[in-house]
Write a protein that binds this ligand. Sequence first.
Ligand code: PXP
Length: 249
Amino acid sequence: MAELCVNIDHVATVRQARRTWEPDPAWAAVEAQLGGAAGITFHLREDRRHMQDDDLGRLKDVVTVRLNMEMAATEEMVEIAVGLQPQMAMLVPEGRQEITTEGGLDVIARQAELKPLLARLGDAGIPVSAFIDACPAQIQAAAECGFGVCELHTGPYAEAFHEHARNIGHPLVSAELEKIRDCTRTVLDLGMSCNAGHGLNYANVTAIASIPGLSELHIGHSIVSRSIFVGIREATRDMLRCMATPPSS
Ligand code: PXP
């Protein structure tokens, strides 16, 4: 089964609403670990809308599982990653006006710009993941560019699932699921590891978690949302239980 990496950005979103010191995303990371997370993911955005630079050292101190840094493909972020030494750098597109990451990285269009950044991260011994749409041409470009990992964007699947009354059998939902399944195989055939994430929640995760070959699911919003009621540790455990449920039950 794929492992769970919990994205703790939205704990910092709540803190930044008051620009205070609580709730602390590093504390959330510890609670997610105690709930069984195999990794902690954070996104240091260029506009610093949630995670702040001084969160990074505290996270590094307390995270004993894998620490993944999601980031824009910029020189500034690469330098921060090289200094921090996370277990993985996850390159994503960033738009100022977006509420969350909207689409996958256009690796085809940005190959020339991405290659030196990948080389710098590679020299520092940091594996790099490309967050991409479930599109074979983008996967091919990611392999050519030198990425070792692809994270497939599950947002379109998640939207279809909820638009069609959570009916996994609906043709538009199963079409999105099949795209993720097929693209997982393509990623693995090209010698990369395959992760998935975005928009996954307690209702829609089971079908994705059962796809053979996926290494990690990166999930944030739904876990942090549930944690308001039950705490991060229990919300993480609940997600792991959903991931382990066979899709037919
Ligand atoms: N993967 C990537 C690349 C993301 O940008 C995000 C959102 O920060 C996630 C996974 C997690 O998405 P969600 O918060 O919808 O679970």
